[in-house]
Design a binder for this molecule. Structure first.
Ligand SMILES: Nc1nc2c(ncn2[C@@H]2O[C@H](COP(=O)(O)OP(=O)(O)O)[C@@H](O)[C@H]2O)c(=O)[nH]1
Ligand SMILES: [Mg+2]
Ligand SMILES: [Zn+2]
Length: 318
């Protein structure tokens, strides 16, 4: 190996055995993994994911050979298959998870939002909630509904941004929140993730609304998370912002934690846990439970508590 041919870069796309790696100067190199590269353990099906920083050897034909993958600050996974304990790393080294939801169509449930937020907490990824399609709040009832939803998550400790990709409402605030960071956008298909990315960065030109994730699967096309490096005009000095779209990924995998840990991933519950009488309290029906007391006194939302119980039941069923 010639050390002068070694370079470092950021993986921005993976397709099968090829990895598109962004170099310092802004151009990309197509890389493959060195043949004898070893998987770290066997729990994860893919050794390299978008967001990984890799060291590669530039070869005469212009492609690269990946020699090593830097330790990850964090990463997020989904199950490799529905029932398996093996996981597929969706993306690594994420600064912020934007959970995109809407009261328009397809309406997002708090149950879905909470599953994503819990996953972010479990993987040490800061998260915020983006409520898109605010232009569709055409009557007082809908407006009140969004205000309540926003209040629910603000009181749980999350930043909430009320936006519209269509009218541009709130887009400047969202741009401020993500500037200079690596941001993963997640949410149901159709909530407007691609439209939001386009609104944040005109010129990105992502396809909006055209293909459903289902029809993509129907054509046996596998979709992967992809990083879009974009310059945002808020940034002084100009640094890249890395936007990650996750087409076709419905749910992250809650694979790496157990029921005992779950309440730690609800920030407002975490704050009162030390006051539960039993240190292994599940906050279901144990006496002298500080979480239940906080729900009864209105300090923790009954809806978040119910979602906690639902997720707990799901974990214990496995
Ligand atoms: N009214 C309204 N429609 C939107 C907004 N954002 C996206 N849409 C529409 O919602 C549909 C799905 O958008 P898309 O960005 O493809 O969603 P994705 O599947 O989450 O990437 C498209 O028909 C968009 O035109 C918005 O802020 N307001
Ligand atoms: Mg999309
Ligand atoms: Zn308790």
């Amino acid at each position: 190996m010639h050390p002068e041919n070694m370079e470092e870069g950021l993986v921005i796309r993976t397709t099968g055995s090829w990895y598109k790696v962004l170099r310092e100067g802004g151009d990309t190199v197509d890389c493959r993994l060195r043949g004898n590269y070893r998987l770290r353990g066997n729990k994860q099906t893919n050794p390299v994911a978008v967001g990984d920083r890799v060291g590669y050897e530039l070869q005469d034909d212009g492609t690269g050979l990946i020699h090593d993958v830097a330790d990850r600050r964090n990463y997020i996974v989904r199950r490799a298959t529905k029932l398996s304990k093996q996981t597929h790393v969706i993306a690594a080294n994420i600064d912020l998870l934007c959970v995109v939801g809407t009261l328009g169509l397809p309406r997002t449930s708090t149950g879905f939002i909470d599953r994503l937020l819990v996953t972010a907490e479990a993987y040490h990824i800061p998260a915020c909630l983006v409520l898109n399609k605010s232009d569709l709040l055409v009557d007082d009832d809908l407006m009140a509904m969004q205000r309540e939803l926003a209040d629910l998550y603000r009181s749980a400790g999350y930043q909430v941004l009320e936006v519209s990709a269509l009218t541009g409402q709130g887009i400047d605030d969202l741009r401020q929140a993500i500037a200079g960071r690596t941001v993963l956008f997640s949410g149901h298909s159709g909530v407007g993730k691609s439209a939001l990315l386009n609104a944040l960065c005109p010129g990105l030109d992502l396809r909006v609304g055209a293909l459903s994730d289902w029809s993509l699967k129907g054509r046996h096309t596998t979709t992967f998370a992809e990083i879009h490096p974009v310059p945002l005009r808020t940034q002084q000095p100009a640094r890249n912002t890395y936007l990650i779209d996750t087409p076709g990924i419905k749910e992250f995998g809650m694979v790496d934690f157990n029921g005992q840990e779950l309440s730690h991933f609800f920030p407002e519950m975490r704050a009162v846990l030390p006051d539960c009488h039993f240190s292994n309290c599940t906050h279901r029906h144990e006496p002298r439970c500080a979480v239940k007391a906080a729900v009864e006194e209105g300090r923790i939302s009954p809806e978040r508590y119910q979602n906690y119980l639902n997720i707990l039941d799901g974990i214990e069923d496995e």
